[in-house]
Design a protein around this ligand. Sequence first.
Ligand SMILES: Nc1ncnc2c1ncn2[C@@H]1O[C@H](COP(=O)(O)OP(=O)(O)OP(=O)(O)O)[C@@H](O)[C@H]1O
Ligand SMILES: [Mg+2]
Length: 256
Amino acid sequence: MSHADPTRPAPVLRLADVTRVHGRGAAEVHALRGIDLAVHPGEFVAVMGPSGSGKSTLLTLAGGLDQPSDGEVLVEGVPLGGLSRGKLADLRRRSIGYVFQDYNLIPALTAAENIALPRELDGVSGRRARREALAALEELGIGELADRFPDDMSGGQQQRVAIARALIGERRLVLADEPTGALDSATGDAVLGVLRARCDAGAAAMMVTHEASHASWADRIIHLRDGAVASESPGYRSATCPAAVHRPNSAGEVTR
Ligand SMILES: Nc1ncnc2c1ncn2[C@@H]1O[C@H](COP(=O)(O)OP(=O)(O)OP(=O)(O)O)[C@@H](O)[C@H]1O
Ligand SMILES: [Mg+2]
């Protein structure tokens, strides 16, 4: 596999023979079975598969929000299993942007405050964190919502605030669980364009999606079935024409 190429940069994310079993005895569920996977700088990976196939479990393990039953997860070469709670929290905040399926915004904070919070926890000044938050909101097309509270926003607006929060700072790994679920197709494409640009600038991203047209923004698509990788297919940047960059249009068709 890709590790054979010494000129290739080290992966931002690596899962080494990762298994996750929920419950015990008769209630045992093998959510993931022996997953091997690497995501390199600049790579955008989409994860598809039927409900219950292990997509969210894969993402939570990659983000250090859950631990494997067996195997190892490494982010920027650091095995997450060996970190103390404090060190894991630091690494998650600095290196990993996570877009939750249900957004997880803090209701008592405005959009800008929600986005600025992880930066302020990292020691960035309040003024600079707010400036970065406003720029992230602008990039996602919702600059006018900066001082609005989550309860006063639509689902799609909250979803974009959650994406802005995941992209702020120098996050090297962006993990997104159905980040376009609440968006219409034009807005969804705009958001995917922002994720794509982040990867083109050197970040690594892994996104769960049910939409084939959205997955086509990725470099490769991993298909999960029953907790294992059933197959892998190229996204729009097919390996057969690595130099070509073809963006899908709003109908998901790739044009030249
Ligand atoms: N905390 C848990 N306790 C027990 N079983 C769980 C738990 N979390 C997930 N599972 C089981 O693990 C399997 C994989 O779940 P997961 O949420 O990863 O699926 P998914 O592919 O994200 O599905 P969906 O498309 O519906 O979001 C399912 O069988 C699920 O019931
Ligand atoms: Mg899920």
